[in-house]
Design a protein around this ligand. Structure first.
Ligand code: CA
Length: 695
């Protein structure tokens, strides 16, 4: 079923050390001969996230125990894939800080504080997360939330150079891991919910000088096009899209094939979501939601495949890209695989971008399938809320059937292990859309999409939310096994040559499953939700499984009570390392989120409360949670002592007293009267929820 593992790709990044000692490094940083590390983000350039280590395997994985824990300094979401290079672990944390730890003991060697201004958080759709660092030639590279790219000395953690990769006036953020190709460090950005134009940039690793930049959406056609292909792309847009930015941010996935010398990037959603407001009259809107192949030397366009033409549901194609060789119909094909948000699993020929297969890996109602001749989805016309002007209850919703949490590919079984979930969403066109710099600009009414508070309707929604770990056969085009979780937003995946698949979950466990059939072999209570993907490495001949625990991301910020379902939060993030026979106790943590209980008292008339609800959902709910219910990462406003005092509340909401923590002043958008209306709504919700048994 599966061809030989692409050995040259596997060797890249998973360097087998031939030196017993590396001169100039401290004893703590030495790696033993034949240690297998994790030197690049996806485990190898093909981003398989599959470790060749076999010491931990299906027979003994039950004997895994905690070797050590090492704390970060923040309780926000931890999404990083750590790297392990020459016996040292390098990991970013939330707020873009970087840490180095001894790979055997977990002892902290240094910390780099990126000093991200708290204000940067207001432009982050999806928490102040960072998904990892890159290593090259004694340097660590990190992208920061406020848009910088920084090179650090890997030994000392001291900055060597720092460049600003975005226009700091615009609501860009950087959360993705840089990648290194041929002496260049590549970095994208996010911000499509706020209204930016996406691109990916390449900088010289030595100097930080910009080498090239590829824009994923065309600019104003009266200006010179930055690349010839953008003139062609502009023909797929209408109206004055450049004024809204267009979106198409490259906020996570990249992969590289050294034989074809092609860099693959995953491109994000349109901005605003509602296509009528972005490109009236429709159009494919290239290169939104596309996989684009570029030359890494120059950033020159080679080919693209668009997963969701005319994208309007936040169906990004930024999800993890894996390169592999598969035997399809008796022919060995060099393929690229992706399970983007839209719910179809795509297999492309990675030389030319030809679609080989596209099959639903989750519940889908926006399209009935994909035409293999044209490569286009057969869209359900009702899904086009932008044209119909009518609400559409979509599966998947804007968080996708699979989000950023990486999948893995096991060349031995030929299976792809995907962390998926079911979370429908009602797209209601926003009739009164007005752009704001203080809120997401979607053209979709988040107030109308709020979780119903009527108990039966609410529990029906809560019941419908599920998480899965599925094993997908990309040749047979079908699901082979399925582990069901009670909640969505579980962690990324690692598979190993020991026949084991590792995944953390929202409920605060890391578990091991048998790759062949999904049988659970081991589980450990981490007491904190996990979204990050585990990695495997060996140090001094011992195999470790390493994962960052730390609940967060857009799901707990935005979805409120839905995110509380079967999740655990509230602790400072930490790295947890496991090995065979280890029996360390999980160190105790105090709750990072301190909330003082206040007796809730409602005030304001019904009209004020309703106006406050609209303002809350527009300006506050994206971080503090739908219907004023915190999903566990930020303090719950209903229990905040600040909400009980108008003076304290306005000091924060209007004066920006907590800007250092990311809560900027909203005085540009909210009057004192508005601010009080929001407080009246929060107070009403506090009374309402203390009266019910709900959270
Ligand atoms: Ca998005």
């Amino acid at each position: 079923m599966v061809g030989e593992a692409p050995v040259p790709l596997l060797i890249q990044g998973m360097v087998v050390h031939r030196l017993l000692m590396i001169a100039g490094l401290a004893a703590a940083q030495m790696a033993l001969a034949a240690d297998v590390e994790w030197q690049v983000h996806g485990g190898n350039a093909a981003e398989m996230r599959h470790s060749p280590l076999t010491q931990v395997n299906t027979r003994n994985v039950g004997d895994l125990g905690l070797a050590w824990a090492a704390d970060f300094d923040s309780a926000r979401g931890q999404e990083a894939t750590p790297l392990v290079v020459d016996g040292v672990i390098y990991s970013s944390s939330s707020w873009s800080n970087v840490y180095a730890f001894d790979a055997r003991s977990g002892r902290r060697l240094w910390k780099f504080d990126a000093r991200v201004p708290g204000e940067a958080a207001v432009h982050a759709c999806c928490d102040v997360v960072n998904r990892g660092v890159a290593y090259s030639n004694g340097r660590i590279f990190v992208g920061t939330l406020d848009g910088r790219l920084i090179a650090l000395n890997a030994r000392t953690g001291k900055a060597i150079w720092s460049v600003m990769t975005v226009d700091p006036i615009q609501p860009y953020t950087v959360t993705g891991a840089p990648r290194i190709i041929k002496g260049k460090v590549l970095i994208g950005n996010g911000g499509a919910e706020f209204g930016v134009r996406g691109y990916v940039s390449a900088y010289d690793t030595a100097t930080g000088k910009l080498v090239w930049r590829f824009y994923t959406v065309p600019g104003n056609p009266t200006d010179p096009a930055e690349a010839p292909v953008l003139r062609r792309a502009a023909q797929t847009w209408n109206g004055e899209w450049w004024k809204a930015g267009g979106g198409g941010t490259v906020w996570d996935s990249m992969a590289y094939d050294p034989q074809l010398d092609l860099l693959y990037i995953g491109v994000g959603n349109g901005s605003p979501w509602n296509q009528r407001l972005r490109s009236p009259g429709g159009g494919d809107n290239l290169f939104l939601s596309s996989i684009v192949a570029l030359r890494p030397e120059t950033g020159t366009y080679v080919w693209h495949y668009q997963t969701t033409p005319g994208e309007m549901w936040d169906y990004t194609a930024t999800q993890h890209i894996i390169l592999a060789d598969l035997v399809i119909g008796g022919v060995k094909r060099h393929v690229l695989m992706q399970a983007p948000k839209n719910g179809f699993f795509y297999v492309l020929d990675r030389a030319d971008g030809k679609l080989l297969s596209a099959d639903a890996y989750s519940k889908i109602n926006w399209a009935s399938g994909v035409d293999l001749d044209t490569g286009r989805p057969r869209m359900n016309p009702e899904a086009n809320y932008a044209v119909s002007g009518k609400p559409w209850l979509a599966s998947p919703g804007p968080l996708g059937a699979h989000n950023w949490h990486p999948m893995s590919f096991d060349p031995q079984t030929g299976l792809v292990f995907i962390p998926t979930f079911e979370l429908a969403f009602p797209y209601v066109p926003d009739e009164h859309f007005q752009r704001s710099n203080m809120a997401v600009n979607l053209g979709v009414d988040l107030n109308a999409a709020s979780l119903p508070q009527e108990p039966q309707a609410k529990s029906a929604v809560l019941e419908s939310v599920r998480g899965h770990l599925i094993a997908w056969d990309p040749v047979g085009k079908k699901k082979v096994w399925d582990v069901v979780y009670p909640a969505a937003w579980n962690g990324g995946v690692l598979s190993t040559a020991g026949g084991v698949v590792f995944q953390g979950d929202a409920g605060g466990h890391i578990s091991a499953y048998q790759a062949s059939d999904g049988v659970k072999l081991w589980s450990f209570n981490t007491e904190e939700g996990i979204v990050a993907p585990p990695i495997a490495y060996s140090a001094n001949g011992e195999q470790y499984i390493l994962v960052a625990a730390g609940w967060g991301g857009v799901y707990p910020l935005l979805t409120g009570e839905i995110a509380l379902k079967s999740s655990r939060a509230g602790h400072v993030g930490r790295l947890l390392a496991f090995k065979l026979g280890a029996r360390s106790e999980l160190p105790k943590q105090s709750n990072a989120t301190v909330t003082r209980a206040v007796e809730p008292k409602s005030f304001g008339d019904e009209a004020t409360v309703q106006r406050g609800k609209g303002l809350y959902q527009r300006f506050c709910g994206g971080c503090h949670g739908d219907a004023a219910v915190s999903g566990g990462v930020l303090p719950d406003l209903r229990r905040s002592s600040y909400a009980s005092s108008g003076a304290a509340w306005n000091n924060i909401v209007l004066e920006g007293a907590l800007r250092e923590r990311g809560m900027v002043s909203f005085s540009a958008e909210l009057s004192r009267e508005d601010s009080e209306a929001v407080r009246a709504y929060v107070a009403m919700r506090a009374v309402e929820s203390s009266a019910s048994t709900a959270h």
